[in-house]
Design a protein around this ligand. Structure first.
Ligand code: UGA
Length: 454
């Protein structure tokens, strides 16, 4: 095996920029390639164009040392021993499937430069079968290049930790254990991830389609778990029960566990929503649509949570919501990120705005991004500004600073002390003691649980 010294990372979004900086941290020379000149200028100057805790120091350090460079020219990646494909695979504008144009475009741009033996490693989330298609492209257009698939499981907000200390590394290989070329590919992957593997991270060997499926199956499972507890929230609303107590009790069963069992406004972001839709669409294409039919229900339950939060706010405003002031706390799809792709918080804010409500949105990090996608909404520079004169406060993203708000102080700023705590983030007894009407989906209004829920 030739030594692995230089890596390229094609696509420098949330996934690629993190991957590039982390690979530099592991000791490799890394060149990041992106078609967006603004993004490349920022990254090359050591400026992170999005919010991701812990990533800035890595970027600064490795850009300064010259180990990490960024370019718009894919030709600059030609000398790399390994090329990571990290471009986005968003939902198609006119259907549930994944838009693979950026991925196919990246491979088409790369292949003319692959004149020496190298390994191309897919990390983007793709419909099963994509890797086989790309392997065929490489066989035809760049015979010295091999393809492997190693999906990425990082969460935004924890991207650096998840990349350097993942739960597992999945290596999808083009060829069985007896195939010398596949064995060489595996040796190359192990060389790249030597530090991570030496720390005890489990390695899972798979064929290409299984590796692709691990990723979409994992995201589908997580989405299903969230929608399960949100379906229970719907039932709790119908039965007068408390979903936070229910979730806390379920979580104590080790077989179920409490992670991804937080009820509320449901899942959003650039991954789970589009991944379950693309997965179900791909299953249909493969003639296995019935197997994943439940994912449509998972999606529908999730979207109903947004409608429910908007309905709870509107119910407090009565028959004439137009012009009434509502503060929406949160715009990011989750705390620790400025990502507003398919953000439940922004979706609810926009739905209220469409009903004529005077919505004012505040988020500690995501206001610039939110303003770009929802310019019609009003934004505030602080919680106090957003809440001034509000008749309802909607907590839509559970930033830690919102959990710690002083309900006494805030009660003095609003027109009416009514809070819809759509993420179950606030200590209800404390807010009620401060005179607030505290409402939360899946929980009877005004009732404090006997014991605090987990
Ligand atoms: C998700 C997966 O968790 C990662 O493993 C995966 O690598 C990534 O997608 C991807 O495909 O790239 P991410 O989109 O960063 O990561 O966010 P999550 O932490 O999964 O949260 C997704 C959404 O679910 C958020 O809107 C969050 O508020 C919501 N959520 C999460 C709940 O409503 N309840 C929960 O209990 C947990």
């Amino acid at each position: 095996m030739r030594p692995v010294r230089t890596l390229s990372v094609i696509g420098t979004g949330y996934l690629g920029a993190t991957h590039a900086a982390c690979m530099a941290e592991l000791g490799f020379r890394v060149v990041g390639v992106d078609t967006d000149p603004g993004r490349v200028t920022d990254l090359a100057a050591g400026r992170l164009p999005f919010v991701e805790p812990d990533l800035q120091p890595l970027l600064s350090r490795h850009v300064a040392s010259g180990r990490l460079t960024f370019t718009t020219s894919v030709a600059d990646a030609a000398a790399a021993d390994v090329h990571f494909l990290c471009v986005g695979t968003p939902q198609l504008p006119d259907g549930p499937g994944a838009d693979l144009s950026a991925l196919r475009g990246a491979v088409a741009a790369l292949t003319p430069h692959l004149s020496r033996p190298c390994l191309v490693v897919g990390k983007s989330t793709v419909p099963v079968g994509t890797a086989a298609e790309l392997a065929e492209t490489l066989r035809r257009d760049a015979p010295g290049a091999r393809l492997a698939w190693s999906p990425e499981f990082l969460r935004e907000g924890h991207a650096v930790t998840d990349t350097l200390h993942p739960d597992r590394l999945v290596f999808g290989l083009a060829g069985g254990p007896d195939d010398p070329a596949a064995r060489a590919d595996l040796a190359t992957l192990r060389a790249v991830y030597r530090t991570v593997l030496d720390a005890g991270v489990p390695e899972v060997l798979a064929d290409l389609p299984t590796a692709e499926l691990v990723k979409t199956a994992a995201n589908s499972f997580l989405a299903t778990k969230i929608s399960f507890i949100n379906a229970m929230a719907e039932l709790c609303e119908a039965a007068g029960a408390d979903v936070t107590v229910l979730a806390g009790a379920l979580a104590l069963d080790d077989r179920i566990g409490g992670r991804f069992l937080a009820p509320g406004l449901g899942f959003g972001g650039g991954c789970l929503p589009k991944d379950i839709r693309a997965f179900a669409a791909r299953a249909e294409e493969l003639g296995a649509g019935a197997a994943l039919g439940f994912l449509r229900e998972v999606d529908a339950i999730n979207l109903r949570r947004r409608e429910r939060a908007a309905a709870m706010v509107l119910a407090e405003l009565g028959d004439a919501p137009a012009g009434r002031r509502v503060a929406v706390l949160g715009a990011a799809f989750k705390p620790g990120s400025d990502d507003v792709r398919d953000s439940p918080a922004l979706d609810v804010a926009a739905a209220l705005h469409r009903r004529g409500v005077a919505v004012c949105v505040y988020d500690p990090e995501a206001v610039p991004a939110a303003r770009r996608v929802r310019p019609e909404l009003t934004y505030a520079g602080s919680v106090a500004e957003a809440c001034a004169g509000a008749e309802v406060v909607l907590l839509a993203t559970e930033w830690p600073q919102f959990r710690e708000l002083d309900p006494v102080e805030l009660a003095a700023a609003v027109a009416r002390p009514v809070v819809v705590d759509a993420r179950h983030a606030l200590p209800a007894p404390r807010w009620r003691a401060a005179g607030w009407r505290h409402l939360a989906p899946g929980r009877p209004a005004g009732r404090t649980p006997v014991a605090p829920a987990a």
